[in-house]
Structure formats: C-alpha cells, structure tokens
Design a binder for this molecule. Structure first.
Ligand code: ADP
Ligand code: ASP
Ligand code: MG
Length: 419
C-alpha cells in the first residue's frame, strides 16, 4: 500500500463526464488499497473566464480581489469530484487550500507556498477517505486568499506530495507524458519514458507548459517522485500498466548521457526585447540600465552588449511580455536621458526557441547544428544564450513553429526512443 498524490488538470475535469471518469480512476487506486490525495484544477477555460470577467469590471484588476475571483474555479471542481466519488461508493472529502492551511506569501497572483498542514489530511487518509484538495490556491498569514500563478495546480500537487511524504506524485493531463516538444506544434514529437529532473527544470523554465516550473523546483528540493501521464485513457485500465505509463522525472542524472545529445525543444512567446542604442561604453553602464529595472521588480532574461565602437555601444535585453510596457516606461523616464542613449526601442514580436539536453555535456557541436539549421531556414538569430545543458535563440516570432520543427528534425528527435 502506498500514499499517492494525483493531480488532474483542466481538460481532465473539463466536463461532468470527465469528472466521473476521474472518479472511476481514483476509485480503482483506492480500492486497490492505496491512500489517495487528489489535487484538481478548475474546469478547462474557467480560470480564463474568471480573469476576463474581472477585467470587464476593472481593466487592471486589483490583485487581492482577482485572487478571490480566480480561486473559485477550483472550489467547484473539488466539490464535483467529491460528489462523483461518493456516488460510486468511495469515501471522499473536499478541501479548499485555506482549509488545509496551504500557507503562502502575500504575492497575489503569483504566491509561493511556504507550508501545508498535512495532519488533518493524514487523519482522513488513515480512515480510508480520498481527500480532494483545490489546486492553485492558498492563503497568506492574514488569511487573504492567494493564487500561485497560471498552471499552479502542478505546484500544489507536488507541495502536497512533499508535505504528506507521498510515495509518488502523478500529474494526469491531456497528453500521455512529456514529449520531445509540444505535440500540438510538432505531431512527430515523441514521448520520453524518462527525463532528468535538470532537463525538466530547463524545459519548464524555457516555456514547456506541461509542468509549472515551480512544481519541478519543489520536486527537486524535496525529492518528490514525479510522473506525467494521461487522464484520457480507459479509467479501468490495469493499475500496474497505468502506474508505469507516461514519463518519469528521474534524479539519475548520469544515466543515458551518452545516448542522446538533445532531449527536447522548448519555446515561448512570453518575452519581449528592448534595445538602448548608442549608450556610452564605460564601466557601470549595465548597472545604470538594469538597476532601475530590478528596482521596479522586473526580471531580466537574456542580455547582450556589443563591443563599443567610437566609445558607443548598443545594449539589449529581454523581459517577460507582461512587464514589457512597465520596463519601457522605466527606461524612458529614468534611464535614457540620464545615460545619454539615443533611443529605446522595444520589440514584442520575438520568441525564444531552446534546445535542452544533459547530453550536451558530452557532445560537442550542438550549437553549430542549431545555428546551421536556423540559417538553412533563413531565420535570423537576434540573441543567443547558453548554459551547460541548453542553448536558446531569440528569433522573430513568425518563425517560431518553423524553427521548432526544423530543429526537431535536425536533432533526430522523432526517431525511436533512446530512453
Ligand atoms: P493541464 O490542464 O492538465 O495542467 P496543460 O495544458 O497545462 O494541462 O499542459 C499540458 C499541455 O502541455 C499539453 O496539452 C501540450 O500541448 C503542452 N506541452 C508543451 N510542451 C510539452 C511537452 N514537451 N510535452 C508534452 N506536452 C507539452
Ligand atoms: N486553473 C489554474 C490555471 O488555469 C491553475 C491550473 O490549471 O494549474 O492556471
Ligand atoms: Mg497545467
């Protein structure tokens, strides 16, 4: 007998029929003697609907009140799923985040989990109940309702698994695992049987929305065994088969390193590029530009500064698209004339395409394959950044799908699984 946390995303609970199927799947695990704690998202489209509704009332919604509204989606699904379980004879109890003391900081709309009170849940699990907990939500020390950022139910699930010391956290979703890239963009994408935790962290941080990045960070910190699998298979499929399906996030970083250089390709349109032209090339200039950006709480991703010509240089960096307008305001108001730049130019029509793989440590020439592939497609690279296990390029956003498909082919990712 083991203690399992299962998380079901929006599509998986997207209709009454799907909720009933989820209940049947959970019943199978519970009847096999496992203790099951379930985390659910809002029904698909619901969180978007709630946020849009809020924006109709207040175009830039007050963050505290937005969280009060956005958190309601998950409250509906915990109740419905618990009813679905009771209807088929499974003892179940629903809990909001606040009811199980999912304590977060007070950063409304992007709060971080600080702790979860597992005591009450253990008591329920010990008495044979399935507990159904609302994902995406918690409360701060003043009992304000908070939410964890889009896709946050993944993080709720992993945090709950850590708090309960669960044997495994199963993330059920509308794909049957983690693929070499988003199968919606590249139909030839292939499911990975395993992916290392480090690679998953890069994939998630570089745009693969299959897992929220914080959930992967949590899994790494608390060594939570994490598996991504499909919620759309027959709920009655044999439990042993289901338990071994999907993609396992492994901690064995050294295995299979020799086999594939690249494990996956991630991409995102969530960034925007800003360039300050003809700034003086002297010590302190990066600080004078990026200091006020940091003071405004804006995260910077890639940075490029050219070598100065005649004492002048161009300085470019990227920020999240949501913070683009704010960053432009900061530069125009506080930086541009102060440092003597001739212009501040923004470009939101960019995307970032990244190749990821721990095999890069032992394979040379990955960057040149990437650059050659993009060149052959006539795609201009605007910025490049690398780490030990990833290479990212900023390109014009109209080329995103072309770039991803071409790179997927160039690295042979559609071929038979190596791991
Ligand atoms: P859920 O509602 O279950 O949380 P999400 O929509 O958040 O589901 O995440 C699943 C989606 O992630 C898939 O439908 C797929 O389009 C997308 N995705 C992006 N990158 C990948 C990848 N590398 N592997 C699998 N799915 C991916
Ligand atoms: N319902 C929330 C969202 O749509 C959380 C989640 O689905 O993980 O972002
Ligand atoms: Mg998700």
């Amino acid at each position: 007998m083991s203690l399992i946390v299962q998380k079901y995303g929006g599509t998986s609970v997207g209709s009454a029929e799907r909720i009933k199927n989820v209940a049947r799947r959970i019943a199978k695990w519970s009847r096999a003697g496992h203790k099951v704690a379930v985390v659910v998202s809002a029904m698909s489209g619901e969180t978007n609907r709630l946020i849009d509704l809020a924006k109709e009332i207040q175009p830039a919604p007050d963050p505290r009140e937005l969280d009060v509204v956005a958190a309601t989606g998950e409250q509906v699904t915990i109740g419905l799923l618990s009813m679905g379980l009771k209807a088929i004879g499974v003892k179940a109890r629903s809990y909001t985040g606040a009811q199980v003391r999912v304590l977060t900081d007070s950063a409304f709309t992007k709060a971080r989990i600080l702790s979860i009170d597992a005591g009450k849940l253990h008591a329920d699990l010990d008495s044979g109940h399935v507990v159904v907990v609302a994902g995406f939500q918690g409360e701060d020390e003043h009992r304000n309702i908070t939410t964890l950022g889009r896709g946050g139910s993944d993080t709720s699930a992993v945090a709950l698994a850590a708090a309960l010391k669960a044997d495994e956290c199963l993330i059920y979703t509308d794909v049957d695992g983690v693929y070499t890239t988003d199968p919606r963009i590249v139909p030839e994408a292939r499911r990975l049987r395993t992916i290392t935790f480090e690679e998953m962290l890069e994939m998630a941080s570089l745009g693969s929305k299959v897992l929220q990045i914080r959930s992967v960070e949590f899994a790494g910190k608390y060594r939570v065994r994490l598996r991504v699998l499909s919620s759309l298979t027959d709920p009655e499929m044999p439990l042993e088969l289901e338990a071994a399906s999907g993609t396992l996030i492994t901690f064995e970083e050294d295995t299979n390193m020799e086999e594939a250089a690249i494990s996956g390709i991630a991409f995102t349109r969530d960034e925007a590029k800003i360039t300050l032209s003809s700034v003086p090339d002297r010590p302190g200039i990066a600080y004078q530009i990026l200091g006020p950006i940091a003071d405004a709480n804006i995260d910077v991703d890639m940075i490029i500064q050219n070598t100065g010509v005649h004492g002048l240089t161009d300085f470019s960096f990227t920020v999240h698209r949501n913070e683009y307008a704010k960053a432009m305001d900061v530069l125009n108001d506080k930086v541009k004339s102060h440092i003597g730049a001739t212009s501040v130019v923004g470009d939101a029509k960019i995307c970032k395409v990244s190749v990821v793989g721990i095999g890069m440590r032992s394979h040379v020439g990955i960057a040149s394959i990437m650059f050659r592939t993009l060149a052959e497609e006539g795609i201009n690279i605007q910025m490049i950044s690398t780490s030990e296990i990833k290479i990212s390029c900023i390109v014009e956003d109209k080329y995103m799908e072309l770039a991803v498909r071409a790179l997927h082919k160039a690295f042979g990712l559609e071929q038979a699984p190596s791991r």
